[in-house]
Design a protein around this ligand. Sequence first.
Ligand code: TMP
Length: 239
Amino acid sequence: MEKQRLLYSGKAKDVYATDDPSLCVVHFRDSATAFNAQKKGEIAGKGELNNSISTHFFKLLESNGVETHLVRQLGAREMLVRRLEIIKVEVVVRNITAGSLSKRLGVPEGQPLPTPVLEYYYKDDALGDPLVNDSHILTFGWASADELNVIAGTAVRVNEILLSALSALNLLLVDFKLEFGRYAGRVILGDEISPDTCRLWDAKTHEKLDKDRFRRDLGGVAEAYQEIYRRLQGGQANV
Ligand code: TMP
């Protein structure tokens, strides 16, 4: 497998073609953005940590029957993945109130939800990724009804798997974002699962161990990502 030209440069990752048209290489950078890239920064070592953390979660999901784009981790900052036709819908699953849900509905952060909330956002930077519903997705043809069924079912299943794995590490999975794409006629999970795309709180102290530390200028950003990595590696959780 040979890495070839840059296909796409995102806010935190670059994607390269390979000599196999069905595969590409994702390179995880240290760059961080928030609020639709109005806030920019660097988190030292984030690229390596997010690559390893995402690889860990994708392997866990695969071992539980969820198909992902992961082929294998290539090195500290790179992952070999299946080349997906991206579906322009971001899927957010919420277990505890926080972030834009709290803001939009005027509810305090930290309230456990009786059942997970599923939200869709139209993936369009120029529009600031607006909240949309099933009807918008079907009407504008961003995904078919069958695809949306797979997406919703997979998101719920991913939530169950991650909730159980993370609770064993004394972590609360507050919410997270998933992206899906088409591959060989199937819809599979793409992008990344990391402290950039999840809210993770220490179960006991509710300390934030995710990108909210960067978004809200809380300090200790790299340390929070390292703590997630350490717990996933079987390091002593702070019980
Ligand atoms: P939100 O509360 O800001 O809508 O975020 C919900 C979850 O989605 C949170 O875990 C962070 C993640 N997320 C992304 O991965 N990318 C984004 O661009 C946004 C806005 C949120």
